[in-house]
Ligand binder design. Structure first.
Ligand SMILES: [Zn+2]
Length: 213
């Protein structure tokens, strides 16, 4: 017959398992944070190179206007080309300002990102070590747990029920879903220490001795 301790071992197995899962999620979140920042930086670099491209094109256009101004032109035409040239130069000045802003932003952001990445990477290393430590304990717990129990547990666990895989009885009711069980069911759980599933919510029912204290 099983002992109360067997339930404690199963619960420990479950809680380490769940902790590892949430730690893995934390690691994914942190990695996502780095990726988002890196994307932001890449976008800004693209913006900069698009602006540098238009700056270059304007330089060509201005040079072309200057060449045309060297030809024999009517005074109206000359005035018109000069006006176009001025307009282009004004636009170019504005773009130049934006290019400077982009560059300042990129330099600062690169530095921040570098610091953040190394910070996050060491945080991730700590989390990975935590998982490893838990995994060692899980590996040593596994042989101590009845294989039939483990099979039942893994099935319930696979359902990823909210609020976990376990429930307990309150009188003749499942504490979680309030399903009513027979007196025999209650005695199988609380006296014979069998691992049974609630017929209502399928959670594994822990005997009260494995829950109290
Ligand atoms: Zn239930």
């Amino acid at each position: 017959m099983a002992e109360v301790d067997d339930f404690f071992l199963l619960r420990e197995f479950d809680s380490l398992n769940r902790e590892n899962e949430s730690t893995q999620q934390k690691i994914r979140d942190e990695e996502e944070r780095i990726k988002r920042r890196a994307n932001e930086l890449a976008q800004r670099k693209e913006q900069l190179s698009a602006r540098e491209q238009s700056y270059k094109e304007m330089t060509h256009q201005i040079a072309e206007l200057d060449r045309r101004l060297l030809q024999h032109l009517s005074p109206e035409m000359k005035a018109q080309l000069e006006e176009q040239g001025l307009e282009l130069m004004t636009q170019q000045d504005q773009i130049d300002e934006l290019i400077k802003e982009d560059k300042t932003f990129i330099v600062g952001y690169q530095k921040t990102l570098l610091e953040l990445t190394s910070e996050i990477e060491s945080e991730i290393q700590i989390l990975k070590n935590k998982i490893l430590t838990h995994q060692k304990r899980l590996d040593s717990l596994l042989p101590t747990i009845n294989p039939e129990w483990m099979e039942k547990y893994q099935k319930i666990r696979a359902k990823k029920l909210s609020h976990g895989s376990f429930s307990t009885l309150e009188g003749l009711h499942c504490k979680f879903c309030r399903h009513t069980v027979s007196k025999e069911f209650q005695s199988d759980v609380d006296v014979k220490l069998q691992l049974k599933s609630c017929p209502g919510c399928s959670r594994l029912i822990l005997p009260y001795k494995a829950v109290a204290g």
